[in-house]
Design a protein around this ligand. Structure first.
Ligand code: ZN
Length: 460
């Protein structure tokens, strides 16, 4: 029987840099090709060569479009990869924007380092350029969901909706008579827009994410939280600023705000989507309406748009964004970045944080040392554009908008899947989350599971 080898080249002991190299029958396939993000020691890995020449890899398969699953693609192509990059149709569209945006930022960063002479490299180079991103985009090749596609002789891929973001899938890869399952990022149950994660059939090796493998989300009703918040903002006659991730979170918010407005549960106040990336992502969501769940599809059948209302304004240009500084009364601004580390939300925060009538809602995980975390922890002032800005605005946390299942939801998904896997490797989590989730699986299912180690090779 022919052996299959899997190399864990990323998202092992950490949440970013997802990359798994499969070797089978003299061929190499890469599952996900993400960028390492966060600590410098992790980011430095983006500059190290892969253990095999990229030209020796026959194909890449993507689980979804997020940068930590796709952001290394331009570099892979630049370093010699010339095969197809398989993904679902929505993932192809979302990945285009993500790679171009990432390349633009890489170029900006290198330019900035050269101007400030802040890099030890002379000249500082981008990891890849917009041109490299364009070369990678040309290789994106659509494969259908819920169908077995033979991508190489004896190698079949079966993608199934994982409910994480539009186009996100888990992958069952059949190699001869062996089967490997990649969970991809697993979404949540009973959340708007997307269907629940679909159960898969396990194989010899199962590779499962564990972002929230050691904790439970608060199950506060998000609709009730929003009703209370918007009514309060309307009474205060001030702005509600929401730093938000462009893909997934922004559309989730748009869906809920439009729904509550239609149902007359919140006053109709203007909602400004002040992020070109979130606007592009929303258009792609609208383009793939057939991927929506029943609730969102019913809204469309009534001739309505589930992701917009009459009071929604999509601001593409920087000028439109700046004009908002003069707006009075109650309004909502949804702008990137999600942890207020950059993007247009910064000038809104600089404008409004000193005023009591303003409110800031934090809608996701706020990492250490970010402005989002400082606001969450009640810092009296935060630094924006080199200036200390007093915080007199009210800061609230909205829980329940995460795009990842928690420990209980991951377990529910695993229970719904048929057949026990022979071996389970836990990935895509901080070490504490992965190890706790692995122990939980071993106890609950008596599975043979362990956290993957960076660089580890598993043979089946
Ligand atoms: Zn993701």
């Amino acid at each position: 029987m022919e052996q299959v080898k899997v190399h864990f080249l990323g998202a092992s002991g950490t949440v970013t840099g997802s990359k798994y190299l499969i070797e089978y029958s003299g061929r190499r396939i890469l599952v996900d090709c993400g960028l390492f993000q966060g600590r410098k020691e992790l980011r430095d890995r983006n500059w190290k060569s892969l253990p095999v020449p990229p030209s020796s890899i026959s194909a890449v398969i993507l689980t979804h479009a997020h940068l930590d699953h796709t952001g290394y693609l331009p570099r892979l192509v630049m370093d010699g990869f010339s095969g197809p990059i398989y993904c679902t149709a929505p993932t192809k569209e979302l990945t285009k924007f993500i790679l171009l945006d990432s390349a633009f930022l890489q170029e900006e960063e290198a330019r900035f380092a050269n101007e400030k002479k802040s890099s030890k490299h002379k000249p500082a180079l981008p990891l890849y350029t917009v041109e490299d991103a364009e070369s990678a985009i040309k290789k994106l090749t659509v494969i259908p969901k819920s169908v077995n596609s033979e991508i190489l002789p004896g190698v079949k891929v079966f993608p199934l909706c994982s409910g994480h973001i539009l186009g996100a899938v888990s992958l069952t890869i059949t190699l001869g008579n062996k089967r490997i399952v990649f969970s991809g990022d697993v979404g949540r149950y009973n959340v708007p827009i997307l269907p629940d994660p679909k159960p898969v059939e396990h194989g010899e090796l199962f590779i499962c994410e564990s972002t929230y493998g050691d904790r439970l989300h608060e199950h506060n009703n998000i609709e009730n939280q929003l009703i209370e918040l918007i009514n309060k903002v309307s009474n205060k006659q001030g702005p509600l600023l929401i730093p938000s991730f462009a893909i997934g979170r922004s559309q989730h918010l748009l869906f809920l705000l439009s729904k509550l407005e239609r149902e007359g549960k919140i006053p109709a106040i203007p909602v400004y989507i002040d992020s070109p990336m979130a606007i592009n992502a929303t258009e792609i969501y609208q383009q793939f309406k057939y991927d929506f769940d029943d609730e969102a599809s019913d809204i469309i059948k009534k001739g309505l748009d589930p992701l917009s209302s009459k009071r929604c304004h999509f601001l593409r240009t920087a000028d439109e964004s700046k004009k908002l500084n003069k707006t009075k009364g109650a309004f909502v601004v949804i702008a990137g970045s999600g942890m207020a580390t950059g993007g247009r939300i910064l000038h809104h925060l600089a404008r409004w944080l000193p005023y009591q009538e303003a409110t800031v809602a934090l809608v996701g995980y706020q990492a250490e040392a970010t402005r989002g975390r400082q606001l969450q922890e009640g810092e009296p002032s935060i630094k924006i554009y080199g200036e200390h800005i007093q915080v007199n605005a009210e800061v609230v946390n909205l829980s329940g908008l995460s795009a990842h299942g928690d420990k209980e939801e991951l377990t529910t998904w695993l229970k719904s899947c048929s057949q026990s896997p022979e071996q389970v490797k836990i990935v895509h989590g901080e070490p504490a989350a992965s190890s706790s989730f692995s122990k939980h699986l071993n106890k609950t299912f008596t599975w043979n599971s362990s956290p993957a180690v960076h660089g580890e090779i598993v043979v089946i």
